[in-house]
Structure formats: structure tokens, C-alpha cells
Design a protein around this ligand. Sequence first.
Ligand SMILES: [Fe+2]
Length: 499
Amino acid sequence: MQTFPQPENTSTITEKSYTREDWQTGYQSLKQEFDYWIEDIEGEIPPELNGTLFRNGPGLLDINGQNIHHPFDGDGMISRVTFTNGRAHFSNRYVRTPGYVEEQKAGKVLYRGVFGTQKPGGWLANLFDLKNKEIANTSVIYWGGKLLALWEASEPYGLDPQTLDTLGKDYLDGGLAAGDAFSAHPRCDPSSHLDGGEPCLVNFSIKPTGLSTTITVFELDTTGKVIRKHLHSVPGFAFIHDFVITPNYCIFFQNPVSFNPLPFVTGMAGAGQCVKFQPNKPTRILIIPRKHKNRKIKTLETQSGFVFHHVNAFEQGNEIIIDSVCYESLPEIEPGADFRQVDFDAIAPGKLWRFHLNIEDGTVKKKLIESRCCEFPSIHPQNVGRDYRYLYIGAAHAATGNAPLQAFQKIDLETGEKQVWSIAPRGFGGEPIFVPRSNATAEDDGWVLAVIYDAEHHRSDVVILDAKDLHRQPIARLHLKHHIPYGLHGNFTDKVFVS
Ligand SMILES: [Fe+2]
């Protein structure tokens, strides 16, 4: 196993911890669908780790040889790793959206993608075609007896958790109407005081409506029924990918961006490429009460910046505290540029910040928690919306600069202690998922599960890390028979699903 070099030495490394060629190979399509028990394992799978890790991400980076413009335009592929009695099973299936089915049949790109994939034939072939392909590629969650593949611009797609067959769009038993959206970042309130302490899934959708934006909040009970739904109009255009909840509030960061649809309408660029960062405008923080009474938005302001993902939020006295991965700006996706040639050094890294929102006097204070490049945070599921101590996050190998994620980091927010487990130079990471041990009492008593890409063998591994000692070698490293293109998000359920 590669262990180069040890994390404590990382600040002295001056050369890059990766090669661009290695990083690029993780963005090759995986066209085959598999079902097998994983046999090539280093270490031992803890027999008490039982359940299913579902992950989603773009599986196809080309359509019959025609490269897509950006990974976010790639068709959603669900990976499922089932842990049962010390064994593990792997399956993967594409979400059969109409766009996926039609393009696979035609053997060519038939749709425009939000992030710049164009139909062949130049701008003229794309002129006035305002229909984007729905791709269901961002996350996947098991809730209310349903497995849902999520993409923020459309309804979720229901899947059979046993077979991973696509069942079609899921309207949440009437909670969604045709054309509604449902974001890829639902948050599970582990004990909703609005529901007698029962868990509750809170999610949102964003819809531009001319000069304003409609934010809809959905709350689902444990059967998957929508029990609360409220709409709010906020001024201006909003590109909001994630949010946070507390027992009493939903909080959104409306980062300063503008949208000029002309290049999209005229076939010159994808809709997502028409979003421009506005560095001289503030970020607006929208606080929406979850309770029925006095459901009025409170708006606070802080300096500009861009947030894709928040870690968590909680209430403390007259403050709401939010931890978020912040960028100095929104990186633009140029129409002619190839994402595979990205210059990591030219982009400012995401860093971890803590925001203190004073809901009495409306002031916002922020403090840097971690300057190492990081993304894809995860916490103990019972602490969503509550004060918490530990977070787990994908991180760069080096302590400074911008780079692909090649490490996993645990941060103790109480003591400031940080642990890093690096897979550089030839390994690449992503989102870690914390899974608590059953009957555990300590917040970090459990495992961190992650899928990593090993460029040396052009294959992916599933790693099981000890959350208490994240910087040590994995408890088990499960070698898959193939690679999985870099994924986005996933979730773990203690239900065991295997075909
Ligand atoms: Fe995300």
C-alpha cells in the first residue's frame, strides 16, 4: 500500500503530491454494470458493520466517445456497497432517465447539459434549445422505504434498493408536482421537536421566477409523506446547492451571483456557464423558521464568497452557528475549456469557516477553522442541527494551496486537534461518510467509509477507517474489480440490501 509521505511531513513537501495524468484517469467512464461479492480485501471488515452504503456520481464522461463538457453533466450512476456479517457486496446501475436511455440507444449526445455539454453541430444546433438533460447524478438517499436518486433541478428518481432498477420519477406521494425540483442535499433532523421527537427529512428546491427566486421547503416524516411545505420568494437570482437546519430554522446562503441567459439561449454556452460571481456584492444569509407561527424570513449579510457545502449548524443563545466550506469566488466553466486540463494552482481552495449569526442584532462574524483545501464534509447523523464536536472531510494532501482531494481529515472542534490520512501520490478521495457503531456513546465511535481511486491500478477501493484514529491505516481496504469515476454524494443506511 502507498503511504507516501506521512501527514505530519506534508507542510515540508514543495513538489506536487499528484500528477494531472493520474487525476485525469479517474474521470474515465465506467460503462459496465456489476454485481459481485468483494473478495480482494486487505484487513477485515468489522462484523458489526452491517448496512448499505449508497453513492451517486457521474458514471459516463462520454457518450459513445463524445466527451461531455463537465462531470456535472454526466449520467448518474448508483454504486451500492452492502456490508453484512463481515462480507461486502458491490453493485452499480445507471439511473435510467429518459435522457440516458435515449442517448445510449442513439449512441450520441442528444441533449444539452447544464454545465456546457452541447449537441454536436456547434451553436446553431443548440440555438433556442432550452431543454437540459435530466441526469439524477448528485446524491442518493434511502428514506421512507424508498431509494431516491437526487439532482437539484428535477424531481427525484425512485430506484428499487434490492435490484437498483429505475422505477421512474417519484412525486413523494403527491408532495411534489410535475416539474418540481427537490435538492440533492436533504438534511435529516434526528429528533424533530415539531414531530414529538421523531426523525424528519428536510429538503428544499430553488426555482428562478423572473427577478426573484422561490425557495420551497419540504419536511418529510419517516414514512416519506410531506408533512410541511412552505414557499418563500426572495429577491434576485439564487444558485443555492446546499443548506443547513437547526431544530427551529432552515438557513440558506444566497451567494452573490448574476445570471445572463443570452449565451444559453443562443446556443453558445450551457445555463450553468451563464452564472457569474459578483465579488463586490455581499452574501445574503436567509433564515427561514421551520415552525408555522411567524414564518417570516430574516436576512443577514456577510462578505462575498461562494459556498457549495455546509457542514452543520446549531443554535446557541441568540446565535446560529454554521460551519461551511467557503471559496473566494465561484470558479467559472469556460465554454471552450476542457475540465481535464484544469489548473488547480490558479483556483482558490475551499476552506472551512465558522459563522456566528446573531439573530438579535443581525451581525455576522466569521472565523477560519481550517485553511487546508477541503470539501465534502460529514458528521455523526445524530448531531445534525445540534452542537457537535467532530467533523470528517475530504482534504488535499498538502497543508497549503489548491489540489485534488487526496486525503481525509478529522477535526476536533473542541480541542482543535486534526488528524489526516493521506492516499497521495496516486490515490484520490472524495466524500467520507461517518457511520456510528451501534450502542456507541462516544461521538467518534464508529467508522468512516469512503470510495477512493487508485491510479496505480486504475481501480477504486472502499476503505473502512477507524473514526477515532482516522490518521491510521484503514481497518479494511476492499479492492473493487474496476474503477468508479469520481463520485459526488451518498448516504449509509443500516438496512441491508443485496441482490
Ligand atoms: Fe453537493
